[in-house]
Design a binder for this molecule. Structure first.
Ligand code: HEC
Ligand code: HEC
Length: 294
């Protein structure tokens, strides 16, 4: 009798252990990011632009792109999985920490020229997919270049103050007052698309003026960037806005400034029709704001 109970108990325990083991295996397989989705998300994030040299035979994501700002020139680093030159030794957790908190694996701060103030809004599952995609890139041994910044902006610890003032980490939360389409557009624009890094004016410390969200002003390169709120954007019909975002044609036949030309090439022209429609719906639903004074 006792023997029978013990055997039954053992069977139950074995079954339980097996279920647990399978659960962990399946759970892990499930938690692993989807590299194909990650490839699309990398386009939405425009990662290739800042992480690839501007020359025809440049290796994508191997770094070296110069980003001129009023604080000096930043160079996008090599983010291929090369063990020494790239981020091949990183774990997924290191990547999520960099994107969500703007911190290096050793705890030092990243400069916000890496648009983590926007990327922090990316959902966990999208971060895992991005990571899975980055792992599929061919490793490049091209060394990352040191930034060339004006005194004292090269001091990483000063970024702590900047972050304390202007950085709120945490994923995007949708607003139940808005339609799912507008929420999707808000997510694409604010998180991955990082449109606000150029289209929201900044104060003298380089902090975004939150009450002037997407109202235009000066971009990171010091050049003028237009107001995207309906106060200004209503001049463009839906068809014109779509044309601009897909093919870079303006109603008067002009070529857009290169900063936006790159965003159109790498990001907005690559969006799925649903994501493009969502971005447009979100821009149309923004509170109208007057232009930033010159
Ligand atoms: C506007 C330019 C820009 C864009 C767009 C951009 N990055 Fe970066 N990224 C940078 C810069 C600049 C740094 C270096 C920051 C520093 O040294 O403090 C960086 C650093 C990184 C790092 C840390 C690398 C290391 O060696 O420590 C990772 C990872 C990264 N970016 C991933 C991405 C991904 C993924 C995307 C797209 C979703 C992306 N970046 C888009 C500019 C950019
Ligand atoms: C690197 C800086 C930068 C980023 C990032 C950026 N833009 Fe732009 N954008 C510009 C500049 C500069 C122009 C002006 C182009 C011109 O008129 O020649 C512009 C123009 C535009 C226009 C045309 C506005 C008008 O009134 O003609 C739209 C729409 C637009 N951007 C949407 C976006 C969206 C959506 C995103 C995010 C996916 C984005 N931009 C990200 C710099 C940027």
């Amino acid at each position: 009798m006792i023997c029978g109970t013990a055997a039954a108990l053992r069977r139950v325990l074995q079954a339980g252990a097996l279920a647990l083991l399978l659960g962990t295996l399946i759970g892990n397989a499930h938690a692993q990011g989807d590299a194909k989705r990650g490839q699309y998300l990398a386009k939405v994030g425009g990662c290739v632009g800042c992480h690839t040299q501007e020359k025809d035979d440049a290796v994508p994501y191997a770094g070296g792109r110069a980003l001129k700002t009023p604080f000096g020139t930043f160079y996008g680093p090599n983010i291929t999985p090369h063990l020494q030159a790239g981020i091949g030794r990183w774990t997924e957790a290191d990547f999520i920490r960099a994107m969500r908190h703007g911190e290096r694996p050793d705890g030092a701060n990243y400069f916000p020229a890496f648009p983590y103030p926007s990327f922090t809004r990316i959902a966990d599952s999208d971060l895992r997919d991005l990571w899975a995609f980055l792992r599929t890139l061919p490793p490049s041994s091209q060394a990352s270049q040191a930034h060339d910044l004006r005194f004292p902006f090269g001091w990483r610890f000063l970024v702590s103050i900047w972050k304390w003032l202007f950085f709120t980490p945490g994923p995007f939360t949708s607003d139940t007052q808005r339609t799912p389409e507008i929420n999707r557009g808000a997510y694409v624009v604010q998180a991955l698309g990082h449109c606000s890094e150029c289209h929201t004016p900044r104060n003298f410390l380089g902090g975004p003026k939150r009450d002037r969200f997407l109202a235009g002003g000066k971009g990171p390169d010091g050049k003028r960037v237009p107001n995207l709120t309906p106060a200004k954007l209503k001049k463009l019909s839906d068809a014109e806005l779509k044309d601009f975002l897909v093919s870079g044609t303006t109603p008067d036949g002009d070529v857009p400034a290169e900063a936006m030309g790159e965003v159109i090439r790498n990001t907005t022209s690559q969006l799925t029709p649903a994501d493009l429609a969502a971005v447009m719906a979100f821009l149309r639903a923004l509170p109208p704001l007057a232009d930033e004074p010159r």
